[in-house]
Design a protein around this ligand. Structure first.
Ligand code: GLN
Length: 283
């Protein structure tokens, strides 16, 4: 007799993933994200029969993941900072490391009427989480991709935050509108074209190139922003960049060469990799 229990369907899903040499985590995530079956509930209700519609949904999702598509794109959402965000193939899937960037900005920024901007916002995770914590600070977010902005717009709406979304290349829309900021945040594309060997197949095949790559060993967009700080920063404003784990030194040297009075600091992420570079901008 076929066993249609949640527990055995989960087992089948895990086997499918293993056979496709994919991580098995999506099977557990799907059980929880789609049917509310977290590990505790599986222990209690795991032997209950899983309705046919749910079984079909589970296996449709798992089959797509087996073909290499990232789980988050398959189900259409991702979690970040404890909140649910819409994602699709026009935006990067949120990474855990970026939570640490948001945490640092929240820790260091008073909610007293400052202006902040996120450059290359993608899903909009950064300004939206900040917006959930701030009531007095104003938030702008820029992206060059209209399709990414569509996703950010939906997330902004979903979370009822009031980030002002602007289309353009890096600082361009801020400069055009004469907007100056006290806090500048960016997790820009920073992967160098020779680093693809460190990337997963699913990222290479599915995540948008416009969100991933930059020239000049991945430093091109940081350098452009660093050069143009006087056009958008208020005096002694703060800058927060998420960086690639091998970029800290080169970027620090570059910043100091352009702005010698500035003292960049580098923070390690939870895995001990240099991941955040931040500084108070001094002319
Ligand atoms: N700011 C978004 C994030 O942190 C998008 C980053 C990107 O596309 N490079 O996920």
């Amino acid at each position: 007799m076929l066993d249609y229990s949640y527990a055995s369907q989960l087992k089948i899903a895990v086997e499918k993933l293993k056979n496709s040499h994919e991580e098995t985590n999506p099977a557990f995530l799907a059980m929880e994200d789609l049917f509310g079956m977290n590990r505790t509930r599986l222990m209690i209700d795991g032997e209950k029969e899983m309705p046919e519609a749910e079984r079909q949904m589970l296996h449709k999702v798992i089959d797509e993941v087996c073909s290499g598509k990232p789980y988050q794109y398959v189900i259409g959402f991702s979690w970040f900072y404890g909140e649910k965000f819409k994602v699709n193939e026009n935006v990067l899937i949120p990474r855990n490391e970026t939570e640490e960037l948001v945490q640092l900005v929240l820790k260091e920024t008073a909610d007293d009427g400052k202006t902040a901007a996120d450059i290359g916002t993608g899903t909009g995770i950064i300004p939206i989480i900040l917006g959930k914590h701030w009531t007095h600070n104003r938030l702008f977010a820029v992206d060059i991709s209209e399709k990414a902005l569509d996703v950010a717009r939906e997330n902004n709406h979903l979370h009822n935050t009031k980030t002002v979304l602007l289309k353009g290349d890096l600082f361009e829309p801020l400069i055009e509108q004469g907007i100056r900021v006290d806090v500048l945040i960016s997790n820009p594309p920073y992967i160098s074209s020779d680093e693809t060997e460190y990337m997963s197949r699913s990222t290479l095949e599915y995540e948008p190139a416009v969100a991933l790559y930059a020239g000049d060993s991945g430093l091109a967009l940081y350098k452009k922003m660093i050069n143009e700080l006087p056009k958008v920063m208020n005096d002694r404003g703060k800058v927060y960049f998420e960086i690639g784990f091998r970029q800290g030194e080169a970027l620090r040297d570059y910043i100091v060469s352009i702005w010698p009075n500035t003292v960049p600091e580098i923070e390690n992420d939870i895995n001990g990799n240099p991941r955040i570079l931040h500084f108070m901008w001094e002319r």
